[in-house]
Ligand binder design. Sequence first.
Ligand code: SUG
Length: 473
Amino acid sequence: MDNHCDPQGQLPDDPFTLAGSFGAGGRPRAQEFNFDGLVGPSHHHSGLATGNIASMRNRGTAANPRKAALQGLEKMLALHRRGIPQAVLPPLARPNLRLLRALGFNGSDAAVLAKAAQLEPQLLSAAYSASSMWTANAATVCPAADSADGKVHFTPANLSAKLHRSLEHPDTARLLRQIFSNEQYFAVHDALPGVAALGDEGAANHTRFARAHGEPGVQFFVHGEDAFAAADAAPRRFAPRQYAEASRAVARLHRLDPARTVHARQSAVAIDAGVFHNDVIAVGHLDTLFYHQAAFDDEPGTIAALTRACDTSGLALNCIRVAEDQLSLQDAVATYLFNSQLLCAPDGGKLMVVPAECQDNAACRTYLEQLSAPGAPIAEVLSFDLRESMRNGGGPACLRLRVVLDAAQAASIGSHVFFSEALHDTLVAWVARHYRDRLLPDDLRDPQLLDEIRVALHELEHILNLPGFYTVD
Ligand code: SUG
């Protein structure tokens, strides 16, 4: 197959050195930045996410927030060193005391925590959840080249399927508006109304194909359910999280060209096997779709629609299909092979970033050896230990939000979110100073933890130049 990576792939150390470069048709060159979530200090395992097998399985086990954050930073550093444009999104402030107070817990902050711990420990876990680390769920992002108004659009995901996640979007919107503040370049919408029938899980159910990041592409939205479809509700083990109506609304808000937008339905069998987001079973990048045969409700129809839309954009879609006899659906969920990041190295080769669990599974390891053999589609497989995040069902692709930016758009960002060796070192030292190395759900009642987190986040606000971000409660 054609190893077609972004021909604009000269990746600078500093995104601002991009200034002044133009690509095909006089369009500004653009790069895909991976905005990885920095794992917050309250990372713990409390089994809040039904339908997410890892979260359900690890409920109540000890977490190591320090290790979780360092594992994420190690991935960011490694990719940065490979020349992949990398940035960071900070954790949202937790605990969310607004939630607990709104639910009738009152008194001092310590009293609120103590009463919630005694009466509703799962609500306390939700208020303390560090789930904003999975930035693939922060928003759906549309590069300027795909929108009729030429702006980069963001719609924060309402994440209405899960209580702990539904708390994220107001702060996510505030964060995105603070970072992507220049309205000449960026439009940050409000999340869709937070009801089940408009459930939206952001970029985890969305991908984009294009010849180069700065060129118009094909947007691909995947949903689990049609809110108003006729009674097709076969008995299900797990409820879908993404609704077709939500995907279509995001496409309208982002002013996409319907001819270059494809909507497809996830297979219910996959959802029941633990594919709570489509990015657990498929990933796309530039001209490539990597997917398991069980990913879509109508596989031939979905691939045909995508191929047609890509054809009309002058793009030959490369599909890498994994059959059940190569890797079972169950192993796909256990290894998170499809939650890998597909990336383009500066030398043009395709990189695949997989979780270490892929190497622990014999079938998956064999498959990856074939996929990266000489002449095969992938130039190199990079494996990372992200076990802390994985124990909550979050692999490499969950931890990053892809944002395509050209030089002027990148240069308009004043926050210190672009990754560098220096930022890495600062953040590692910050984590070492402030994070615990063991956290159980029961520890969340400790008022000392609240104080530790407040001090840490106040410092982070300065490191990342996000004034006031953590001041609002
Ligand atoms: O929403 N886990 C997250 C994992 C999100 C992974 N993201 C993507 N696939 N893009 C979720 O299920 C677990 C929290 C806990 O169990 O404490 C959790 O929320």
